[in-house]
Design a protein around this ligand. Sequence first.
Ligand code: 5RP
Length: 292
Amino acid sequence: MADLDDIRDGDNFGLNTPADTSKFYLKGMNSTDWGVKNRMSRIFNRKSGNTVMLAFDHGFLMGPTSGLERIDLNIDPLAEHADCLMGCRGSIRSMISPENTKPVCLRADTGTTILTELNHNVLLGEEEMISMNSSALAAMIAVGDAATEATTMANFSRLVDIGNKYSIPVMCVTAVGKDMARDSRYFQLAARVGAENGASIVKTYYTEGFENVVACTPVPIVIAGGKKLPEIEALEMAYNAIQAGAAGVDMGRNVFQSEAPLAMIKAVGGVVHEGLKPKEALDLFETEKNAS
Ligand code: 5RP
């Protein structure tokens, strides 16, 4: 029986003691098998330890959102500057070249759209996940949403079973409902729930106190970009997340809705892989934008 009247927030995150990565360069992966390590190595750069995942999975619930009207024109040209492509089976099959050699993180759940109630989702078939040659599988959990938490957690657990069967890492996408507080306390809970349920990667949102979110999550964390921000603010967010220990980004709108998406993904890459400061990355963005 959970003692709901005695939930004490953690406050000892051991921030000065890094996780043990002596057997593999990414945290939480020491005891995983060859297949998981090999796939994680395709996604996370060995030198920086980080990744720039390009997220374009929005269409399955939002339709042709701005910047994703034509994935063949919008996303395919950016692919070579991403470390991993995160999308849905339909758009990848129909609009991403099969000659693309970037690893795919397949959005493995689908369901209701913005026209009804979000997050009433189901999982794709297991065979489909394999046939897409997925290097990772992603599904969303709606922690704190009374209507959909149980369903999405059940989806996620089943996806981890499938991932473990085939040594495919599973990324937990932590959704934030309209009634959920976007603070460090909530993201600690949501990210940790994902990791406890078997995620190899957790996708969450940057917030104040992100060091604690990273510290209490035993696997690599990547941040979503969220709503479109001015380029300098998106670069600052990525920089702050990396400084706090994030292992990269899985960014969508702040790349493909930028006035210069190609320049933006290069600038984000500069922050994630080369440690560029936000102003340096903005200079890179401006240079690339003006050169195109
Ligand atoms: C939903 C998500 C989506 O997977 C999406 O990729 C978000 O990307 P961005 O916020 O960067 O546009 O995370 O919760």
